[in-house]
Ligand binder design. Structure first.
Ligand code: PEP
Ligand code: MN
Length: 346
């Protein structure tokens, strides 16, 4: 349920409403807003009786039931898009955010060269895996803490924010020390122990859609993180598994449009893992801008031929710079559309 208080409701009125909510057996999950306070309520009980009673309680403007199970990430709960601020950037706001870097952090030279190239081309966030989820146990598993230290070095040199994957709840604290955004990989989208730990990690989360997960399952996983205390979550469409084998995954561009209607959380598109081939990455990137994603996460390697993971889908620095230049007119249109949406929403 969401209880919207009248503008300038008093502290006593708000406290009394919270008391009534608890009397009905519900829990106050969040209290947001200053002039116009909105109270988020969760739990099990007699919804109709509670809503009726609260509608008649002093200071309450209205009380409504959220019909979807992904309550706090839904548009019903918050009609306006929510933006995540970090390192001087705003994800989900008026800027289209580009995140780029190698699949894996491999060496100091590799990550520093990449960081400089992506910053130069206009990216604001550096990606790079230090803990790698690999299908084969014999493949490169990542540099772990050594890799995190190199990412920090690259951040210090370029000012880029860092996004890197955390695979286990054991490593959340360590990765949060180095990263600005914690990435949850497709294979961990429903690792509920990990999702719960993220609620208290103090860092924004990039939650990738599972290989065979529905949009609603993605939203429920985001709800786990928010329900456990962290509302800074962005979602990432990275392609899903279908009968099609021409592409590595099927880029579900429709899901990005659907998410824009269903949730207030920012949505990022990963064209690299969707395509699986570098030649198709720029076209999918354009589609991401056109469909209204809030940003892209793209794999780039100084020498893709020698990459220890995902070389085939990694752009080289020149290709990345060209893609960024080619995206400019699309991003200009994206900005115009954003302004129109913002004005319409006010
Ligand atoms: C990655 O970002 O390199 C990665 C492993 O992505 P995903 O979890 O989407 O496969
Ligand atoms: Mn990868």
């Amino acid at each position: 349920m969401i209880i919207s208080m009248r503008p300038h409701a008093t502290r006593e009125e708000i406290d009394h409403v919270c008391e009534r909510i608890r009397e009905f057996g519900y829990r106050v999950h969040s209290i947001e807003g200053e002039e116009r306070v909105v109270i988020g309520v969760v739990g099990m009980g007699d919804v109709t009786a509670c809503l009726e009673s609260l509608e008649a309680t002093p200071g309450v403007a209205n009380a409504v039931r959220i019909s979807v199970p992904y309550k706090f990430v839904s548009r019903e709960f918050r009609p306006q898009p929510s933006a995540i601020r970090l390192n001087g950037i705003e994800i989900g706001g008026d800027d289209f955010v580009m995140m780029a870097g190698p699949c894996s952090v491999e060496s100091e030279k590799q990550i520093m060269e990449t960081a400089e190239a992506v910053a130069e081309a206009g990216a604001r966030v550096l990606r790079g895996g230090a803990f790698k989820p690999r299908t084969s146990p014999y493949d490169f598993q990542g540099m772990e803490e050594e890799g995190l230290k190199l990412l920090r070095k690259a951040k210090d040199a370029t000012g880029l924010a860092i996004v890197t994957e955390v695979m286990s709840d054991r490593d959340v604290e360590l990765v949060a020390e180095y990263a600005d955004i914690l990435q949850i990989g497709a294979r961990n989208m429903q690792n509920f122990a990990l999702l719960k730990t993220l609620g208290k990690c103090g860092r924004p989360i990039l939650l990738k859609r599972g290989l065979s997960a529905t949009v609603k399952e993605l939203l429920m996983s985001a709800e786990y993180i928010v329900a456990h205390g962290n509302s800074d979550v962005m979602l990432c469409e990275r392609g899903i598994r279908t009968f099609e084998t021409v592409t590595r995954n099927t880029c579900d561009i429709g899901a990005v449009a659907a998410l824009g209607e269903m949730t207030h959380l920012p949505v990022i598109l990963d064209p690299s893992h969707a395509a699986g081939r570098r030649s198709q990455v720029p076209a999918l990137a354009r589609a991401g801008v056109a469909v209204g994603a809030d940003g892209l996460i793209v794999e780039m390697h100084p020498n893709p031929e020698k990459a220890m993971s995902d070389g085939a889908q990694s752009l080289d620095p020149k290709q990345f710079a060209k893609m960024m230049a080619d995206l400019k007119p699309y991003i200009a249109l994206w900005k115009q559309a954003r302004v129109v949406e913002t004005v319409a929403a006010v």
